[in-house]
Design a binder for this molecule. Sequence first.
Ligand SMILES: Nc1nc2c(c(=O)[nH]1)N=C([C@H](O)[C@H](O)COP(=O)(O)OP(=O)(O)OP(=O)(O)O)CN2
Length: 152
Amino acid sequence: MLHMNAPLQRKRKIYVTRTIGFNAAHRLFNPDFSDQENHKIYGKCSNEHGHGHNYELEITLYGTIDPQTGFLFDLKQLKSILEEEITERFDHKHLNFDVREMQDCVPTTELLAVVIWDILDLRLQQFNNREITLYEVKIYETGKNAVRYLGQ
Ligand SMILES: Nc1nc2c(c(=O)[nH]1)N=C([C@H](O)[C@H](O)COP(=O)(O)OP(=O)(O)OP(=O)(O)O)CN2
């Protein structure tokens, strides 16, 4: 038996974060509004042919350290899940047209965070019996603009 018991005399709750990026295009445009209204609300972000972003995401899990492995969750496994669920779905896509989960909404960073939360929350349900939950989806749309969603 390894001597990791000392720090694990009691259950330890911890947060683990993996960062991932993808490039995508979008247009902020609500078909319920006129072109003028869209331009007033979304400005240059409503330009007809859209524009691109280098999105950076921080995905944080929360739970109890496994006393056998010393992990909350294997980060290699989290990397694979994020590649399957996020990179494959969003990278080099146009969010208004190419991503089924975004087609009925204006692809703001807020709604992108909610959609990504729902995708990952579903995928991670298989690990709930290990007391692991999704804690936060944080998205940087630009170097200066970020959104955090905690599932509420
Ligand atoms: N609440 C939100 N506001 C805005 C969103 C959004 O998703 N949620 N998105 C945009 C645009 O997509 C836009 O591209 C961001 O524009 P801007 O603020 O100009 O981006 P920068 O950080 O690069 O701007 P600087 O000029 O460097 O400050 C707009 N609003």
